[in-house]
Write a protein that binds this ligand. Structure first.
Ligand code: SF4
Length: 459
């Protein structure tokens, strides 16, 4: 029986807000302005979180609910917000995400946007995703928004033109890695979303209301024509039971395209670690008929060499990992590969699928780590005090636990608010795995060196 908590309230949830994930996905669409349908505070929080991580300007509009709209509905605010966005930004697409408040009062964002389009046929295209935070995490919102985007725009034109790639909540550096891989395979592709430039661009001499980059509307339309879709993850947007109130929660972009247009959907784990990255390249070679380019054969070789060099520093160490469900799954798999013993896995997600996905990876041979889903950082801290890990791996929000336990924290994922360069962390592929491996090894080396009475400089 699960132990009763001493408290009932969430104090420091190991997740972020659902529409935040949707806004991240929308920032990867060319010419798009995200619109938060709810109160001003929601969009301010989302902007602040994204700006502190990506260190880029992040414009997110709000329909700015008042007491009146909370009681009588947000139709007027929605229409006014859309009108203002068109006037200020002249966007190609306006992409809406709902909030706790607008969902609680049952506002019908789809209807509002359709009404606007009927009145002003020249208005930009609209996308909308239902993203109440009490029903899911930022990762759920991200996948819901990507699915909503293809639902709104994909149309069959011709067939078998390219491969669709639907990444997880990757960093801009990860997205650039995927693009380089596809270019090296000399294969046409549509990557959705692509915020590799919009959220990690070069400096501007003049302010741009909408940053360059992102997946174009034309490209999104053609996702229906693809030869296949590759989507990365196992859990996606499974929160909220079998379906959300619109009956769509379990649908991902790839599964929608498969059901609606017959585009085969291939699901792969995040390519972190040798095994998962091998699987990615093998699948890519099978789908494209192109052999793995030599560059990646060499990259793989360097990674294996690094594993051999660093193994003695990490073998048998105990780790706590936390973050989005698909992220912790991939890190668990990678830590198994390098001989680190994962003792606790925590996620704010509550898909109910995390434990069974982890169990698959143990293959009935390894001890199951302790798993906390729907996690609160207070719970992670309490269990970590008992379990006494050697290292924590996750985003910045776990720092205070690592500090209290006097152990290293290797920062990955989102948000990274206490270091520079979160947007340029590479997690995937042989190269990203190498970076991650070296960070973990060096964290242990540094800890030993710092706590040594002898100031050695050679080992
Ligand atoms: S009220 Fe809900 S949607 Fe708004 S910021 Fe808080 S969790 Fe996110």
């Amino acid at each position: 029986m699960k132990e009763e908590k001493e408290y009932i309230a969430t104090r420091n949830a190991c997740k972020l807000c659902n529409p935040l994930g949707a806004c991240l996905a929308y920032k990867g669409i060319k010419g798009c302005v995200p619109l938060i349908h709810g109160s001003q505070g929601c969009s301010t929080y989302i902007r602040r979180y994204m700006i502190s991580h990506f260190r880029e300007p992040v414009d997110i509009a709000s329909s700015n609910f008042t007491e009146e709209s909370t009681i009588f509905g947000g139709r007027q605010n929605c229409h006014q917000a859309v009108g203002n966005i068109i006037k200020q930004y002249n966007p190609e697409i306006i992409a809406a995400a709902t909030t706790c408040l607008s969902e609680t009062i049952g506002d019908d964002i789809e209807k509002y946007l359709k009404e606007y389009k009927a009145e002003f046929p020249d208005a930009p295209d609209f996308i909308y995703a239902n993203t109440p935070s009490y029903q899911g995490t930022h990762a759920d919102g991200f996948h819901e928004a990507v699915a909503a985007t293809v639902r709104s725009l994909a149309k069959r034109t011709k067939k078998n033109t390219h491969i669709n790639l639907f990444p997880g909540m990757y960093s801009p550096a990860d997205l650039r890695y995927l693009k380089r891989v596809m270019d090296n395979y000399k294969t046409n592709y549509v990557l959705l979303p692509d915020y590799s430039e919009t959220l990690d661009g070069s400096s501007w001499s003049e302010y741009k209301k909408i940053p360059d980059g992102g997946t174009s509307k034309e490209a999104i339309i053609t996702t229906a024509d693809a030869q296949a879709s590759i989507e990365f993850g196992a859990i996606f947007n499974k929160a909220g039971g079998s379906t959300n109130k619109n009956g769509r929660s379990k649908e991902t972009a790839a599964s929608y395209l498969e059901t609606t247009f017959g585009v085969p959907a291939l699901r792969l784990p995040w390519p972190v670690g040798v095994e998962a990255t091998d699987l990615f390249f093998k699948t890519l070679s099978e789908v494209t008929g192109v052999e793995k380019p030599d560059e990646y054969v060499k990259e793989r070789g360097r990674l294996i060499d690094a594993y051999a060099d660093g193994h003695k520093y990490v073998f048998g160490k105990k780790a706590v990992i936390y973050g989005e469900e698909d992220l912790v799954l991939s890190i668990y798999r990678f830590l198994n590969e390098i001989g680190v013993d994962t003792i606790l896995i925590a996620s704010g997600g509550k898909s109910g699928a995390l434990a069974s996905e982890i169990e698959k990876l143990t293959m009935g041979e390894m001890k199951m780590p302790e798993i906390i889903d729907n996690a609160d950082f207070e719970e992670i801290a309490a269990r970590s005090r008992e379990l006494k890990p050697d290292i924590m791996i996750g985003h910045s929000k776990g720092y205070y636990i690592a500090r209290e336990l006097n152990i290293p924290l290797v920062r990955i994922g989102f948000p990274i608010h206490d270091r520079l360069g979160g947007q340029r962390l590479l997690h995937i592929g042989y190269e990203g795995t190498n970076d991650l491996f070296e960070k973990i090894v060096n964290a242990f080396i540094e800890k030993n060196q710092e706590s040594s009475e002898v100031g050695y400089k050679y080992m």
